[in-house]
Design a binder for this molecule. Structure first.
Ligand SMILES: O=C(O)CCC(=O)C(=O)O
Ligand SMILES: [Fe+2]
Length: 198
């Protein structure tokens, strides 16, 4: 079997999550990391928490093929056109996954202090049971999951360079996820979350 299709289904209640640890080869993932790091229009947004504004603890960039904006946590982002590499990555994913993605939210975690707080990707524009395809490039980071109502249900997964994580079905109704900060001295990580915005 080709290493791109090695996959593991997480045995989690009320979730449909699949992890492909080696979706892209190391060589391909290295190239994507360098090109995306250097060419994306990374932006620093501000988030408002309890009436106070803070710089978001990571950089982001939004890409789309239908001009639709994406809003979360009081931020509305306007899409840039897909780049050639992003289109290549999207096409590779669409050969494995039966979905046509319209949008990609990219995150750049500059070091271990950058993070992504607990949330579900349940914005209205993503539809009822959204499918989200999440590519990781660069430094590995832990991905935490917790169930909304059953506090005993939790999971941790290391998202490796060149991996793909798929979340679908009712996952966003029942689970939240985060990328926690880490005190380890670590390098940059890029995450690409492909989504469908109708
Ligand atoms: O960086 C990650 O792996 C997760 C990103 C994420 O949850 C999001 O952008 O909604
Ligand atoms: Fe998310």
């Amino acid at each position: 079997m080709d290493s791109a299709s090695v996959k593991k289904t997480l045995e989690l209640q009320d979730a449909e999550i699949t992890y492909y640890p080696t979706f892209f080869s190391k060589e391909q993932a290295d190239i994507y990391f360098e090109v995306l790091r250097g060419t994306f229009p990374w932006q620093q947004d501000e988030i408002t928490l309890f009436g106070k504004t803070y710089p978001q603890p990571r950089l982001t960039a939004l890409f789309g093929n239908n001009g639709k904006s994406y809003s979360y946590s009081n931020i509305t982002m306007q899409p840039h056109p897909f780049t050639p590499e992003l289109l290549q990555i999207k096409t590779t994913i669409e050969k494995e996954v039966d979905a046509q993605f319209t949008t990609c939210l990219a995150n750049l975690y500059r070091n271990g202090k950058d993070s992504n707080g607990w949330h579900s990707d349940d914005e209205k524009e993503l539809g009822q049971n959204p499918i989200i395809a999440s590519v990781s490039l660069g430094a590995p980071r832990f991905f935490h999951l917790k169930h909304n109502t059953n506090k005993t249900l939790k999971h941790k997964l290391l998202l490796e360079h060149g991996s793909l994580l798929l979340m679908q079905g009712k996952t966003q109704h029942f689970w939240q996820h985060q990328i926690p900060k880490t005190a380890k001295k670590i390098e940059e990580r890029i995450n690409l979350t492909f989504r469908i915005i109708a």
